[in-house]
Design a protein around this ligand. Structure first.
Ligand SMILES: [Zn+2]
Length: 320
């Protein structure tokens, strides 16, 4: 069974309603899985992935779901229309990034109201998949809360080769508070006792077939893990690593040129050269960027104009 419901999630100053569509599949008897995409609107691979999942779930020969699957392909129409990550100040000066204000506030800012509206579905689910995509120069991976076994199992069922465990709260570094990571949907849901994961499917703004196919297989794995579909997810045999901690940052502003051979998935060690930041006018090398630990290269700044403090290369340190 499938239903699609148009719902109002907030209202703009002009009175125009912000609406989105909530899809519902299954019998209602059994676990509920909530999946959303594009709360960062330029991250469109999740949206396309949910359209393909819809095709599979509504095909004549599709298996019945033992439970309910709720899918919101455009969680944030405001950023979707702007092909952006955040909204400009006139729309939401308090919470320009929707993924910093979960579980939302029905009397708060526009993003807080949108989150609160979607939380009515998400907060009643037994598991949550919040689909995101990194930049084209980021390895597809899945983030879960470090130390939470239910979230880890959900991530393994989704099955990307790289899983990143993210420390939270007091165990995290200072960035946790300054970037308000507490308000991520995944973190708010995990704190509310709902296992949740954030797949980062690579290549925002572009329809990336490899990322979409990985995501589709991942959602079927999650459905099997939860018992919505018969069978077991494929056994997971990838790499677990730590999120956020191994970033190599620009010490100076300039142009960053990565070394030949520094590619996504490369294993590096402490002191390994990653690339150079140059002064674009004088050609003077300003920084020889090197890895400070052993790990896997999962992001590279290919948009070469960098400002001091920006991440040049993300190195994920293996957990086990
Ligand atoms: Zn995102």
């Amino acid at each position: 069974m499938h239903t699609a419901e148009r719902t109002t999630v907030a209202r703009l100053p002009s009175g125009v309603r912000i609406e989105t569509t909530v899809h519902r599949y299954g019998t209602g008897e059994g676990p509920t899985l909530y999946i959303q995409a594009a709360q960062h609107g330029r991250e469109i691979n999740g949206t396309e992935l949910l359209r393909r999942l819809h095709g599979r779930l509504t095909a004549p020969d599709s298996p019945d779901l033992s439970g309910t699957l709720i899918a919101v392909p455009v969680a944030n129409p405001l950023t979707f229309d702007r092909v952006s990550y955040t909204t400009p100040e006139p729309i939401d000066s308090a919470a320009p990034n929707m993924n910093r204000c979960w579980p939302g506030d029905s009397e708060g800012s526009i993003h807080e109201r949108m989150a609160a509206s979607l939380w009515e579905e998400a907060g009643a689910a037994d598991a949550i998949v919040d689909l995101h995509t990194g930049s084209p120069e980021m390895l597809t991976h899945t983030v879960y809360l470090r130390g939470d076994d239910d979230c880890r199992r959900l991530a393994e069922a989704f099955g990307t080769d790289l899983l990143l465990a993210e420390a939270a709260g007091a165990e995290a570094d200072a960035e946790w508070d300054t970037r308000e990571f507490d308000g991520k949907l995944r973190v708010a849901a995990t704190r509310a006792g709902i296992p949740s994961i954030t797949p980062e499917l690579g290549s925002n703004k572009q329809v990336g077939e490899a990322a979409i196919e990985t995501g589709l297989a991942g959602l079927f794995g999650v459905c099997r893990h939860l018992g919505l579909l018969d069978g077991e997810p494929d056994p997971w045999d990838g790499t677990r690593a730590l999120n956020h901690l191994g970033r190599v940052r620009a010490a100076e502003s300039g142009l960053f040129v990565a070394d030949a051979g520094v590619d996504l998935g490369l294993t590096v060690g402490p002191g390994d050269s990653l690339g150079t930041v140059y002064d674009p006018a004088s050609y003077e090398p300003l920084q020889e960027a090197t890895a400070d630990r052993e790990g896997i290269v999962y992001s590279i700044a290919r948009e070469a104009t960098v400002t001091a403090g920006q991440t040049l290369v993300g190195v994920a340190e293996r957990l086990d």
